[in-house]
Design a protein around this ligand. Structure first.
Ligand code: ADP
Ligand code: GLC
Length: 483
């Protein structure tokens, strides 16, 4: 049995702020149980839903020296869908109202603690992984600590390999060197340009990328993009240097959880055969729920997203008024930057029966939107993979995306001459190019409904389950461990 430990800052069904949680919650279940014992380690956040907290069982605790003191490390465990989870408990670090706070220095200290604790608990939980699979900057110190501190100790840690997966290169865990030196207990020699230092700061993700045995990111295109200046976020030279160890493996989604036939959040189940008749019932229900004009024919565009620059909201803001002149309905679910939250609230007020702005987080409404809309808009500036467009495809909702990262790899643009394609896309980060593309989609929807339905057919037939990608992770683990 090969043993793999996922360590991450969020994971479904316990805690989620974005796609990272979906991946951490779904990929382990898809790895072959006969050969891989995969477990997951997360922080025990106080803000976790009470019904999930109840599933956690106390195992033990100890004190660990960290940041000039002795810190409590509680260990809890749970099992969901046959996967074993471990939780690191410490209320000082994980006690906030949200998993992530606004104080950057505290965030660094919190996840430095988490990374050190994740390694420290291994002998106690009696699970020595062959591979520790680290996700994003919050776990970047694990490969560093493992090689520079833990392996030198009693031999328990020898031979453990590490993988660093980049879900979003924008977030790196950066802060002044002196503070990070003091928090991590790592000496001057680690804060050099070939290790944790980057443009004068300490950089936790960079540490992970330098020290990990293998690096992955969540789509092929993003794996290429991050080697360039534009997408490389200052780490492109390092990623070029490590190009042989860097793989792109596209994300999948949980086909059980996201299944229009069995989804408990939607009122009218449907499938690839009967969507022409049944899907519309969900649209009617949503129009009613959100006080939009009751009209089966209206072209309904959905958005479910963190409201940040990454997702292309400045393009939307730029042409929103123009778009609202069209025969469309726009349903938004998201939270994030205030200017985008207010922009959507404003248009909701201005065009009450056309625009519905839902500025909050809701699992329930998100599923309803995927199941009800005709199209899903995601014009991202950059997109490592993107899961929302995969959910849309699965629910027969046609994605309209910019050709970047995983969006480019997963949405095949409609070609009217060959009758191929699963969605609509545009290349340049330009608001009117986006608007033209949306209008092209509107035209097909209103004037060539049979063509539109064939796009839906192809989208629903595409397979974005984890099957293929889980195999690629397994190959990588095998290669790291030795067959
Ligand atoms: P990212 O991880 O960059 O936010 P992804 O497309 O990979 O983007 O994943 C986003 C995930 O978060 C999807 O599962 C999406 O449905 C969900 N999501 C985003 N915002 C909300 C919200 N306000 N309410 C419910 N789910 C949301
Ligand atoms: C990040 C990316 C998103 C990706 C997700 C899961 O949040 O922004 O594109 O799908 O991680 O890998």
């Amino acid at each position: 049995m090969k043993k793999v430990l996922f360590v991450a800052s969020e994971g479904v069904p316990f805690i989620k702020t974005g796609g990272l949680a979906d991946v951490v919650g779904s990929l382990p279940k898809e790895l072959d149980k006969e050969y891989y014992d995969v477990r997951v380690m997360l922080p025990k956040y106080t803000c976790m839903k009470p019904e999930m907290q109840e599933k956690l069982k106390y195992m033990t605790h100890f004190y660990m020296s960290f940041n000039w003191g002795e810190e409590y490390v509680g260990i809890m465990e749970a099992e969901v869908d046959g996967i074993k989870y471990y939780f690191i408990d410490n209320e000082h670090y994980f006690g906030g109202f949200k998993p992530y706070g606004d104080n950057a220095l505290f965030e660094i200290e919190k996840y430095a603690f988490f990374s050190k604790a994740a390694l420290s608990v291994l002998p106690t939980i009696d699970f020595k992984p062959d591979v520790i699979h680290c996700h994003d900057w919050q776990t970047g110190l694990i490969p560093v600590y493992l090689k520079e501190r833990f392996m030198g100790g009693n031999g328990y840690y020898w031979g453990i390999k590490t993988v660093m997966t980049i879900h979003n290169l924008k977030f790196q865990g950066k802060w002044g060197v002196d503070d990070v030196k003091s928090i991590t207990g790592l000496g001057d020699e680690y804060f050099t340009a070939d290790k944790l230092e980057s443009y004068g700061n300490a950089n936790l993700l960079k540490g992970g990328l330098v020290y990990a045995d293998a690096i992955t990111t969540v789509s092929d295109t993003y794996a290429e993009e991050i080697k360039t200046d534009f997408y490389g976020e200052g780490l492109n030279s390092l990623l070029n240097y490590r190009a042989w160890d860097l793989r792109g493996i596209v994300n999948g989604i949980d086909y059980e959880e996201f299944n229009p036939e069995k989804d408990p959040y939607i009122e009218h189940p449907y499938n690839a055969v009967n969507f022409r008749k049944e899907k519309i019932k969900n649209k009617r229900a949503l129009q009613k729920q959100l006080n939009l004009a009751q009209d089966d024919k209206k072209f309904m565009i959905g958005i479910v997203s963190r409201l940040t620059d990454q997702k292309g909201f400045d393009l939307i803001a730029y042409v929103m008024d123009e778009l609202c002149q069209d025969d469309v309905q726009i349903v938004v679910l998201g939270t994030g930057e205030e200017r985008y939250e207010n922009m959507f609230r404003h248009f909701d007020w201005k065009y009450a029966d056309k625009v519905s702005a839902n500025i909050f987080y809701s699992e329930d409404l998100s599923h309803k939107i995927y199941a009800s809309c005709d199209a899903f808009l995601m014009p991202s500036l950059f997109e490592p993979c993107g899961l929302s467009q995969l959910m849309s495809l699965r629910y027969g909702t046609v994605p309209i995306v910019r050709e970047t990262g995983g969006l480019k790899d997963t949405v095949q643009p409609y070609n009217e001459y060959e009758s191929t394609g699963t969605g609509f896309s545009f290349a340049n980060y330009n608001a009117h190019e986006m608007l033209r593309t949306i209008r092209y989609a509107e035209d097909i929807y209103y004037n060539k409904k049979r063509e539109w339905n064939k796009i839906v057919d192809r989208g629903m037939a595409a397979d974005f389950s984890w099957k293929a990608s889980a195999g690629k992770y397994q190959e990588m683990y095998d290669w790291l461990i030795g067959y």
